[in-house]
Design a protein around this ligand. Structure first.
Ligand code: 7TS
Length: 419
């Protein structure tokens, strides 16, 4: 593991951390905001907010083209984030880090380039029963275009991948395994390294959706040995509109480009076009420069805490959350009932109340959670429900937030007459 994601000296002072987030001072409906929807998008510390403002005040200009000072400074700042990410995810090459608009675009990029070029009739794509639509719809559509076959790794009733028949699911016919690293609904942390070994043994590639993993734990892509990996800045304290696609250099090299236009070419004539070197081949046009530059401040903030500390802290808070929710009659946790190999996305259902009513009631107490199918309709079907309520945690949450959730859920059941 690279040293940037660990910090043995950090003292976890939750009050200090909370004070870094101006939005946490807000009152919602007469209550201090309790933000438990970080799985959808995280709040931003003042360091990130300031970095965004600073970019526009000092170095704003386009990148990779101008020869003036501002152009050079903004290009350097943009590329500095790329270098930072390469280290943050285990020390990969900067040529393997492609900026996109988010996890969704990263996965679509692979489906439309690698997928179009490599998937043929009868080929098999293996998904799991807990994928977010971002890692499901692009593959189902690709399979339809190519007459390829979708196979699925099932899940157990407590929301873990069931690998019992994995040798029958991932076979020599498999071309790609696409799996979420951490489920946005169940919180389950999947054995990506083991699946990568099985995929590779069968001559297949593996793509992991890291949208819910990278923000919450140290991730070392060299150790996981995945071929593609996708995540979003906005789920890890950074701005919206910025995502990352990691791809192994030898695979990216052979892939056709995605978007066509400026900055992704080497030479253009009307009868022949050659592509730019990696990673620029996949970054056509003017990207979200301010967002990428600001993302660096989020990574620095996380480095200072240390991703190992983030993970340890969240695991304890997840255990506390599960323990509290299990004490409420009528509530069922959808997903693992313990904090082992699991992140802080905690979904639950109430035997008497619809998740939308739960969310609306909690909002009246200033508590933000998410309710719905969480862009995982196939998972909802597997769990025999159409929606869940979900509290999702991050480093600025503490036991007082969970206590507020607990008290409000008890009051809610009373309010609706289900004591
Ligand atoms: N993959 C997973 C596992 C996700 O949780 C999400 C977003 C995405 C992909 C898509 O990321 P985007 O940044 O491209 O939108 N998940 C959620 C969620 O759980 N609630 O709102 C968005």
């Amino acid at each position: 593991m690279n040293t940037e994601t660990t910090n043995k000296d950090f003292v976890f002072d939750i009050q200090k951390i909370k004070s870094d987030y101006p939005i946490l001072q807000r009152e919602i409906r007469g209550h201090k905001l309790v933000y438990l929807d970080s799985g959808a998008s995280t709040q931003k510390p003042i360091e990130v907010i300031n970095a965004h403002e600073e970019f526009f005040k000092t170095i704003n200009s386009n990148i990779h083209r101008g020869l003036h000072t501002l152009a050079e400074e903004s290009t350097n700042a943009y590329e500095k984030t790329r270098t930072h990410i390469a280290k943050f995810i285990g020390g990969v090459k900067t040529s393997e880090v492609i900026f996109t608009a988010g996890t969704t675009e990263s996965i679509n990029l692979v489906a439309y380039t690698w997928g179009e070029a490599n998937i043929s009739e009868g080929d098999e794509i293996v998904l799991t029963d807990m994928e977010h639509h971002a890692n499901l719809v692009p593959w189902v559509m690709l399979a339809q275009r190519k007459n390829a076959v979708i196979k699925r790794i099932p899940i157990t009733d407590d929301g873990r991948l069931d690998l019992t028949d994995i040798d029958k699911i991932i076979t020599e016919k498999t071309k790609l395994v696409a799996v979420t690293h951490m489920s946005n609904v169940l919180g389950t942390l999947n054995p990506v390294k083991q699946l990568a070994e099985i995929a590779h043994k069968n001559g297949a590639l593996i793509l992991a959706d890291g949208a819910q993993a990278v923000p919450h734990m140290p991730v070392d892509l060299l150790d996981l040995d995945v071929d593609f990996y996708a995540f979003s800045s906005h789920k890890m304290l950074g701005p919206t509109g910025v995502g990352v696609l990691f791809g192994k250099e030898n695979i990216l090299d052979k892939m056709p480009p995605f978007n066509m236009g400026g900055e992704m070419i080497s030479e253009v004539s009307f009868d022949r076009i050659t592509w730019a070197e990696l990673p620029h081949k996949f970054e056509a046009g003017t990207p979200n420069i301010a967002g990428v530059v600001t993302f660096d401040a989020a990574l620095t903030y996380l480095d200072e805490i240390g991703m190992d500390n983030v993970h340890t802290y969240e695991t304890k808070l997840t255990a506390y959350t599960i323990d509290k929710l299990l004490q409420i009659d009528g509530l069922k946790i959808q997903g693992p009932n313990n904090a082992i190999n699991r992140g802080g996305a905690v979904s639950f259902t109430d035997k008497d109340l619809h998740p939308h009513d739960i969310s609306t009631y909690l909002d009246s107490k200033g508590i933000a959670i998410r309710a719905g199918h969480h862009c995982a309709q196939t998972l909802m079907k597997r769990m025999g429900t159409i929606a869940t309520a979900r509290a999702s945690l991050y480093i600025y949450n503490d036991e007082s937030d969970i206590d507020a959730l607990f008290d409000a859920l008890i009051a809610m059941r009373k309010y609706f007459g289900h004591e």
